[in-house]
Design a binder for this molecule. Structure first.
Ligand code: HEC
Ligand code: HEC
Ligand code: HEC
Ligand code: HEC
Ligand code: HEC
Length: 395
């Protein structure tokens, strides 16, 4: 009797297990169907219930928010030159020197390698994010009196009307160092303090590569371009690891027609462009570019969120070198509306200059996170890359 009951119980459990497995498979299939790009894999790949295994901590640095087994950076680090390691996220910190930036070397945002490897020397080669293991203090290049605020900080550049709320709560001088996400971060929701609270719900709700093309309607982190709350764009599925003129992220820009001489909130039209993301912290560089009330040349700061003119030297955009006049992954442009697929065609009078035409978002081997060596941009020197991709008459 006892044996029978046991067997029955075992069979029962077995059956329940099969049913459970089946329903998990069905659930997984359903989830994949709805949301192909969101997180997959067993929970324990990424989560730990108590940060404890056989009495030892799973990660000595933990426990982490959302019961994760690693912090943002650890999960987004790779030791070899790959896009991402198993059970980890896309690598924005490589621990071996990438040997340059761009295709096959870094993802679209560049890499934190340089600033992290030697902050004392390379502080200006990346954003000095406190979450990085090699970044201990604020950027040593910044003024001693105000070492934490971003250059060009404009506390009124982004109002609370904006969906992600204001960075640093709009305080006059920053009181905290840059974090990956949250109040003092680039990703996620700025109303929450710290990287994990700032990202709440993003990963499992990633709407994936096709991203977000509807103007002004973004309300969640997961549907925003690269978890940059409210920002639109088309996400290349490998984060540009194998970027070409044809295959790349598509950024959203706007040909601004408002007067941008006084800064502040009024200087912004669309607040979901990639340049607006940068302006959330470097507001003056986007909001005070016009000399006169009438928008246009002469400018007082390099313009962003303006059309590449269909005239003059811009007619030869990326045409003097081997670029064939197609989209340049070295000096890229944004689009007036985000296409459903990336393309190599350039439309003068419509494609748009953006902060990322010249800068990387995370870091690069160049000072000021630049996409090329500024010191080799010599007027009359014959080079065709970098600044000369657009200013084709100046070489
Ligand atoms: C590949 C890594 C990965 C796997 C696998 C994974 N998660 Fe997560 N999960 C994350 C990350 C990263 C976050 C935190 C950041 C965020 O919310 O975007 C998170 C957050 C969460 C959260 C809190 C935020 C929210 O979306 O509600 C819950 C709950 C959660 N996970 C449950 C699970 C469960 C249950 C499983 C297994 C079925 C699982 N996760 C598998 C990476 C993973
Ligand atoms: C346990 C591992 C893990 C942790 C911890 C983690 N991530 Fe991720 N992250 C992932 C994975 C896996 C993906 C890829 C998800 C996908 O393909 O949709 C990802 C994707 C991303 C992306 C790109 C999303 C896109 O649309 O392409 C960003 C940005 C990001 N994570 C930021 C963060 C931040 C900020 C934190 C800390 C709050 C964090 N991650 C913590 C695993 C992690
Ligand atoms: C959440 C705020 C924030 C956002 C958003 C942001 N930055 Fe920064 N940025 C900072 C801070 C703070 C510094 C100064 C400290 C440092 O370098 O980390 C800085 C420094 C810089 C520097 C100078 C680096 C140096 O050390 O001299 C450049 C260039 C830069 N940012 C470009 C950008 C671009 C381009 C974007 C948009 C892709 C952007 N930033 C978005 C906060 C931000
Ligand atoms: C046309 C190329 C170009 C564009 C577009 C551009 N920058 Fe720069 N930026 C540079 C160069 C070159 C430097 C370094 C040399 C200099 O400042 O003249 C620089 C420097 C910076 C610095 C460092 C300033 C300091 O005090 O050290 C920040 C911050 C910055 N840029 C942010 C931005 C933001 C934000 C945008 C978009 C609103 C943007 N840049 C657009 C080329 C550009
Ligand atoms: C993606 C294209 C692009 C790149 C790359 C670019 N520029 Fe520009 N630049 C423009 C456009 C467009 C204008 C505005 C032209 C106009 O208003 O007629 C401009 C304006 C300028 C002006 C001011 C002209 C005026 O009328 O006031 C200067 C100076 C300048 N750029 C220098 C540079 C330098 C230096 C670099 C490299 C660090 C650079 N640009 C990279 C597109 C670019």
């Amino acid at each position: 009797m006892k044996v029978d009951t046991l067997t029955k119980e075992k069979e029962g459990k077995g059956m329940r297990r099969i049913l459970l497995t089946l329903s998990l498979v069905v659930m997984a299939l359903a989830l994949t169907a709805v949301n192909a790009a969101a997180i997959s894999g067993v929970c324990s790949n990424c989560h730990t219930m108590h940060n404890s295994q056989d009495g030892d901590p799973v990660d000595a640095g933990g426990p982490y928010g959302q019961l994760l087994n690693a912090g943002c950076v650890a999960c987004h680090t790779a030791d070899t030159p790959v896009i991402q390691e198993v059970n980890k996220g896309p690598a924005v910190l490589h621990t071996v020197a990438p040997g340059g930036q761009g295709a096959g070397l870094t993802l679209a945002g560049g890499d934190f390698y340089w600033v992290n490897a030697n902050q004392a020397v390379n502080a200006s080669m990346g954003h000095n994010v406190i979450d990085l293991p090699g970044v201990t203090v604020a950027d040593t290049n910044m003024p001693l009196a105000d070492p934490l605020s971003p250059p060009g900080w404009d506390p009124v550049a982004t109002g609370t009307a904006f969906v992600a709320d204001q960075v640093a709560s709009g305080e006059a001088a920053w009181s905290s160092q840059l974090t990956c996400a949250g109040e003092y971060g680039c990703h996620g929701n700025h109303a929450a303090t710290g990287s994990f609270p700032g990202m709440q719900g993003a990963h499992h709700n990633n709407t994936g590569g096709t991203a977000t093309q509807t103007d002004g309607t973004l309300t969640t982190i997961g549907e925003s371009y690269r978890f940059l709350m409210g920002i639109e764009g088309l996400e290349e599925t490998q984060w540009n690891w194998a970027e070409t003129a044809v295959t790349h992220n598509e950024y959203y820009g706007e040909d601004s027609t408002v007067n941008r001489s006084a800064g502040g909130l009024a200087a912004y039209g669309s607040r979901d462009t990639i340049s607006f993301l940068c302006a959330e912290c470097h507001g003056l560089f986007h909001g005070t570019v016009d000399e006169n009330a009438a928008p246009g040349s002469p400018w007082v700061r390099h313009p962003t969120d303006i059309d590449l003119p269909a005239s003059g030297e811009y007619l030869l955009y990326n045409a003097e070198g081997a670029g064939g006049g197609l989209y340049s992954v070295e000096a890229p442009v944004a689009r007036a509306s985000v296409p459903a697929a990336s393309g190599s065609a350039i439309t003068l009078g419509s494609d748009i200059v953006m902060c990322l035409s010249c800068h990387r978002a995370h870091g690069s081997p160049e000072p000021d996170l630049l996409r090329w060596t500024y010191s080799t941009m010599v007027a009359g020197g014959g080079a065709t890359n970098g600044c000369f991709t657009c200013h084709t008459d100046k070489n």
